[in-house]
Design a protein around this ligand. Sequence first.
Ligand code: BYC
Length: 319
Amino acid sequence: MSESSMLKRFEDKIQREIKIEPRDWMPDEYRKTLVRQISQHAHSEIVGMLPEGNWVTRAPSMRRKVALIAKVQDEAGHGLYLYSAAETLGTSRKEMIDDLHSGKAKYSSIFNYPTLSWADIGAIGWLVDGAAIINQVMLCRTSYGPYARAMVRICKEESFHQRQGYEIMLTLARGSEEQKAMAQDALNRWWWPSLMMFGPPDHESKHSAQSMAWKIKRKSNDELRQSFVDATVPQAKLIDLVIPDPDLKWNEDRGHYDFGEIDWEEFWNVVKGNGPCNKQRLEARNKAHDEGKWVREAAAAFAEKQATRRKDVQQKIAS
Ligand code: BYC
């Protein structure tokens, strides 16, 4: 079949909402875009374990510690599903991990901010996982089958994460004055970086047009950001916390909240590697990778031994 007929068949599938599967023909750029997005997403899950892991030993009760450990473990799992989904496109896990560790690959800007108090764990669950769900619910309908299927499971877990974060904020907001102030301070610091998670404004989003045409993305960065604001403002009101934006106002005509200008200079600065914790995150990942070398070597030696044994048994049966 000629390339133009394969392209036609591919585009027809996209139009008819038929998922593209690993063995299907796809344009090189579609494959590249998916590898870029899915691997960045996987890295975000893995690096995202670090700011929260920072509080595992200091969680205020046994119950909080168990929930936090479970959440951090879930994120490791999400990273693994996503690396597997990216591998179906012909890239290797080693390549992706090497790119992360060398600083070549991107991961979400949000994880380059520090977790200064226990309330930050609540704010991450509520806001960061809340933003992640809004983005990921749309990705359950993405056109590449393995990515869409991974997203369905990830969204179920993210929804538990969001609720545990909101419940931490609710408890603090109803606690002593000092606890409420801690919750407000966390909201003040995490609000704007959470809005940045959705990426640059639509007019500056270089990948959006093509990704929307291929139905990799189903909603634009600004549309998703607006949904997040609309969903989160009433939640803040319910627990009597104030969103740190003097321009935030319900717009009756639009049926949405208007909100203030995002500091895009700060966003690009973080994306380029100059955020408060970029260096620390990469160092932590590299250290964990180096210290885990013996485990990878032992696993590879064990797999080789098992394969040799299987071969010996097969030879014996055959002879
Ligand atoms: N941080 O053309 P654009 C989570 C980059 S949640 C850093 O709009 P696209 C978790 C972008 O990569 C977070 N970089 O791109 C939650 C591109 O650079 P390159 C992970 C960003 O792809 C809780 C350039 O800016 N979620 O995991 O059409 C606990 C231009 O942007 C960011 C996902 O990854 C950012 N915030 O749209 C634990 C969701 N935003 O590649 C874990 C999947 C943009 O040209 N990804 N850039 O060098 C997506 O939906 C899309 O990739 C985005 C960006 C909406 C993020």
